[in-house]
Design a protein around this ligand. Sequence first.
Ligand code: CA
Length: 226
Amino acid sequence: MRILVVEDEKRLADALTQIMREQKYTVDAVYDGEDGYQYALTGDYDAVVLDVMLPKRDGYEVVRALRREKIATPVLMLTARDELESKIAGLDCGADDYMTKPFAPEELTARIRALTRRQGEVLLEELSFEDTALELGTGDLRCGQKRVHLSFKEFEVMRLLMLSQNAIVPKEQLIVKVWGPESDAEDNNVEAYISFLRKKLFFIGSKITIQTVRKLGYRLGTEQDA
Ligand code: CA
């Protein structure tokens, strides 16, 4: 099994190499995105461990370029940020999995094993509530056979609601997280997006509803308890 490590923090690259050599993998390490791309382009690897923040070309760009060249080698992205946003960005651009730094060596080897097992498949993770799923990779909202694509802000609002499941999400929190703390978005903007989402939920025949909790915010529920 041959693994390519692309990581500009030399000490981390050495540690990764060491961990994987102990698992009897053959490992090559390179230290910037351009070399990472060129090495991975050979198609000689069973998996690529790819840092996001890299000199010359960042990790997202490298994966995108590889997928354009039809290189399907599984890619595990390393990100310093524990943010779902970077996970979505990574999966969106064609990575197969992602891992947040710092991580335990066992986690790395477990993920490499999983990745090389499911080679060729694309992993799309999703959030779900009742009969409806939000696909993080495609940005689609799905219920049974029906699906609808969400705009970026609709997606963000739905994601926050789904992450909270039945709990109330305060309106201010939606504004800060979706529009940003500096934005001048107002309640009306949120109302508008909630109403778009309600239409889309209705369109796909979902039984979930977005309930308005007066003066507090919104939460997901089902028709029965609406
Ligand atoms: Ca880096």
